[in-house]
Design a protein around this ligand. Structure first.
Ligand code: SAH
Ligand code: SF4
Length: 343
């Protein structure tokens, strides 16, 4: 049976075109209902019943399904395994100490970027997700955990390698959440950063810098060869000029690899002239990962403290990310475990 096209993830303007037979206010009503997360056209009770039935015959509202929910025992994180055609993607719910909830969404099934420290990178890329598959992750998460305060695109995949569908999903999600509360994290695709700055929406940007030592970054993140640090910095400054927002530089801390004084100095030089905050993410273990023949290891508490102090000494603002979601393998870089094996 061929699946009916899904209307979830369709931006309001496109919906007016798809439903062009109807007065445009009807498309607006349908859009509002979809973005509230309803799963059946029949529930759209301000639409005539005949129209609801007609929509139901032609379209669907879910092309993905919730397969499994894995919750951390302390309630701080949950990983939702969501079935998409050809595989499983993961959406994650993170709660901070104050109970604020953040939904973490995936944009690809796998990832082609091959960062050596990341489990998703090990999988390789199967395919891009479309806007319906991206926004539906949010609806699945919000149904179980209402009152989501933020959305981050830090799940599986590289958002800017799927720019078209990313932007469509952002256009939808920005109607339910302020763009200031949405963050797209990229491994540093300079052209994508510039296009997002030009074309919007004006969401926040996080860049997985990892290290600002060019040679080391190239060894850890193959994407660096085509996107050297100078080019990346230019793109970030351009984004900042256009959007006027502070950029987050993410640094996954790898024990004994990128937490030295030299790394701190390079990072502060990179951040010069930028309105930036550094997000320090202690590496979450991924089994069987080696870097140039040596197994990667977590940074020690002392490594983290010293590196942070070196950055702050140089005037950089830092935030240390708490270890959330490990028990469900839903922490950064741990996404991609086979269904059911979430430890
Ligand atoms: N592809 C995008 C977004 C998904 S990765 C990107 O790379 O930015 C989200 C974040 O998880 C990135 O900052 C990445 O550096 C980090 N990360 C990857 N593997 C990790 C691991 N094993 N432990 C901790 N953080 C990791
Ligand atoms: Fe892909 Fe991001 Fe993982 Fe790198 S860190 S492999 S870009 S998901």
């Amino acid at each position: 049976m061929t699946q009916k096209p899904s209307l979830s993830g369709v931006p309001a303007r496109e919906l007016v075109g798809i439903l062009s037979r109807l007065p445009s206010y009807r498309a607006g009503q349908v859009f509002e209902w979809i973005n509230k997360g309803i799963e059946s056209f029949l529930e759209m009770d301000n639409l005539p019943l005949a129209l609801r039935r007609e929509l139901d015959e032609c379209f669907c509202l879910r092309k993905t399904s919730l397969i499994k929910k894995l919750e951390d025992s302390d309630g701080g994180a949950a990983k939702l395994q969501i079935g998409v055609s050809g595989g499983i993607v993961e959406g994650v719910l993170l709660s901070d100490g104050a109970g604020r909830r953040t939904a973490c969404l995936s944009t690809q099934l796998g990832c082609a970027m091959g960062c050596v420290f990341c489990r998703t990178g090990l999988m390789g890329l199967t395919r891009n997700l479309d806007s319906a598959e991206i926004t539906e992750q949010f609806y699945h998460i919000r149904k179980l955990y209402p009152d989501i305060a933020n959305i981050v695109f830090m799940g599986m995949g590289e958002p800017l390698a799927n720019l078209l569908e990313l932007r469509r999903s952002l256009q939808v999600l920005c109607r339910t959440m302020s763009p200031r509360r949405i963050t797209v994290s990229t491994c540093g695709l300079a052209d994508g950063i510039i296009r997002l700055a030009d074309e919007g929406p004006a969401v926040r940007l996080a860049v997985s810098l990892t290290t600002a030592r060019e040679d080391l970054r190239a060894r850890l993140m193959p994407v660096s060869s085509a996107n050297p640090l100078r080019r990346l910095k230019e793109a970030l400054l351009y984004h900042q000029r256009k959007q006027g927002r502070r950029v987050t530089l993410e640094a996954v801390l790898l024990g004994g690899v990128n937490t030295g004084t030299e790394d701190a100095a390079a990072m502060s030089a990179f951040a010069e002239g930028m309105n930036a905050v550094v997000n320090l993410i202690p590496w979450n273990p991924v089994e069987n990962i080696c870097f140039e023949g040596i197994p990667l290891k977590e940074p020690s508490g002392a490594d983290i403290m010293c590196f942070r102090a070196e950055l702050e000494k140089r005037g950089l603002k830092t935030v240390l990310r708490r270890k959330k979601g490990r028990a469900v393998c839903g922490a950064c870089g741990q996404l991609g475990a086979a269904a059911g094996s979430g430890h």
